[in-house]
Design a protein around this ligand. Structure first.
Ligand SMILES: [Zn+2]
Length: 212
């Protein structure tokens, strides 16, 4: 084989190898891009400052005594909730946590459509934040059935589900062993979207009084 042929064969081989690598790179890139969000959080959460979520300037200027820049379970939960850009549908039995209330109010103030379904007995207890949400103009509907509305889930932008044992209370976050699953698997998210819609319609005050 002449030297020229050898150069040609080596050259073609190099081109083929480059193309193959490029193709593989794109394929893996696409697969990586398609990876569905799935995350599990366990509580009780460590205590850390979350002020920067509410006061962006606090990232470098908060001097409270809590640790800063620590990604606790609660930090991650807040981040998922605050990722909402168009809607937050929340179905929670007990809601008394002030930071979670601040997160919901922040989303509402940014124009995110917030809807809340809660338990009628627990929404009236001391420390419940449901009244504050209502006063801020957030639509809240309480269950009118004879059984407790015991769900604890939220759907962010109709595609990210946050669900688990955790009530939105300070005790649950700091003192209880709890779990939260965050997923964007459509097969898991869609039944919760449907369940929220069912409860929202079922507990429409107008419809309820009409049926009395
Ligand atoms: Zn701080």
């Amino acid at each position: 084989m002449s030297v020229l042929w050898t150069v040609k064969v080596v050259g073609l081989g190099a081109v083929a190898l480059t193309l193959s690598l490029e193709l593989l790179g794109r394929l893996f890139g696409r697969l990586k891009h398609r990876k569905t969000l799935n995350e599990v959080l366990f509580f009780p959460s460590e205590v850390a400052c979350v002020e920067h979520f509410f006061t962006p300037t606090a990232t470098h200027s908060c001097f409270c005594s809590l640790p800063h820049g620590v990604e606790t379970s609660f930090y991650r939960l807040l981040r998922h909730i605050l990722s909402a850009s168009s809607s937050l549908d929340l179905c929670v039995f007990s809601f008394s946590n002030a930071d979670l209330r601040r997160a919901v109010l922040l989303l509402h103030s940014k124009g995110v459509a917030v809807r809340v379904v809660s338990d009628k007995d627990y929404s009236a207890i001391t420390g419940s934040q449901i009244g504050v949400l209502r006063k801020a103009g957030i639509c809240v509907r309480c269950d009118v059935g004879s059984v407790h509305m015991h769900h604890k889930f939220a759907v962010v932008d109709g595609r990210r589900l946050i669900t688990g044992s955790l009530n939105w209370t300070l005790t649950a976050v700091l003192n209880n062993m709890e779990n939260i699953l965050i997923t964007e698997e459509p097969d898991l998210v869609q039944p919760f979207v449907k369940e929220f819609h069912r409860l929202w319609v079922l507990n429409d005050p107008a419809q309820y009084y009409q049926n009395q």
